[in-house]
Design a protein around this ligand. Structure first.
Ligand code: 13P
Ligand code: SF4
Length: 309
């Protein structure tokens, strides 16, 4: 529960540092409440590139803060907990990229999910998020696309863009992968006719039961626009607050898998850590070596150019 004192302290510290707080939908509800902007990865990357404030505080995992720093290198980017990292961001090896480039030459594009380190981005041609991956891959001039690191988002993209040869890598999000088809089937039995809205990081068995696939924002928008009363939501539980806010008064109900999907790295970010980071200026995110930063920034900039929803 946030106290008035804590809210006032955050407002005072933000003004002092000319800071703005960006939060992903997966962080705890009290951190979302303290944020100036809450969104999915794409919306937050766009804001990070354009906000006028001197300091960006990123309540999310490291790749998000790192992308903000790459897009706004002159700004101070702070993380409330610098240890919050997405395990999938590291799940690809340079050899996989080199082998695909050797096989397909100029007719290969390397599409990199934004859930990746700056180094992984620097090996790639374009970045994507879950909200624009299909659109961007479809528009690439090359026929062969190596999709890294996420196998599941890559498979979903392949299913939507059959004209491309999408080559998959073995990365995954442990939280979405563990949403079991049995639990989804159980929810469907309990709520007959409820649309299943899934994040495409889910595994193929759960995705086969979905009626809609999209990023966290797209899931929230689909539920807000839908005509049903009950919705089965296959993503991290953190989206619940925004779903309930957006649909307040509509009588809509949201059902999540019984094994509550929670991202432990997003959960590391607490209101107290946010205050400490604003007060002390801790958790500053640096830039990688210049050649890595320049190449990684190119992939993000290309995404922002191609990725308008
Ligand atoms: P989106 O923000 O694109 O929905 O991605 C979810 C995610 O897993 C972020 O780590
Ligand atoms: Fe990474 Fe999955 Fe957590 Fe998103 S939900 S940050 S993909 S571990």
């Amino acid at each position: 529960m946030l106290t008035d004192e804590l809210r006032a302290e955050v407002a005072r510290l933000k003004a002092e540092r000319d800071a703005v707080v960006l939060a992903h939908y997966y962080v705890p509800p009290e951190v979302q409440e303290l944020a100036d902007h809450v969104g999915d990865s794409f919306a937050l990357a766009r804001q990070a590139a354009t906000l006028p404030n001197r300091t960006l505080v990123f309540a999310g995992v490291r790749f998000m803060a790192e992308s903000a720093k790459l897009l706004s290198p002159d700004k101070v980017v702070l993380m409330p907990d610098p240890a919050s990292d997405c395990p999938m961001a590291h799940m690809v090896r340079r050899e996989t990229v080199d082998a695909a480039r050797a096989t397909y030459g100029d007719d290969l594009a390397v599409a990199c999910y934004v859930n990746s380190t700056a180094e992984v981005k620097s090996w790639s041609d374009v970045c994507v998020t879950s909200s624009n991956a299909v659109k961007i891959v479809r528009e690439l001039p090359q026929r062969n696309v190596l999709f890294i690191p996420d196998r599941h988002l890559g498979s979903y993209v392949a299913s939507q863009v059959p004209e491309k040869n999408v080559i998959l890598n073995d990365g995954y999000c442990p939280i979405h992968r563990d949403i079991s088809a049995d639990e989804v089937a159980q929810l469907k039995a309990e709520h007959p006719g409820a649309p299943v809205l899934a994040h495409p990081e889910c595994g193929p068995e759960a995705m086969a039961l979905a009626d809609f696939a999209g990023s966290t924002s797209q899931i929230i928008e689909a539920a807000a626009a839908g005509e049903a009363t009950d919705y089965i939501i296959l993503t991290v539980d953190g989206v619940r607050g925004e779903l309930e806010r957006r649909c307040a008064g509509s009588g809509k109900r949201f059902h999540f898998p019984a094994t509550r999907p929670v991202c432990p790295d997003m959960e590391r970010i607490t209101a107290d850590k946010l205050v400490a980071c604003l007060r002390d200026g801790t958790g500053e995110v640096g830039l990688p070596p210049v050649e890595v930063a320049d190449a990684a920034r190119r992939t993000l900039t290309r995404m922002l150019e191609l990725g308008a929803r």
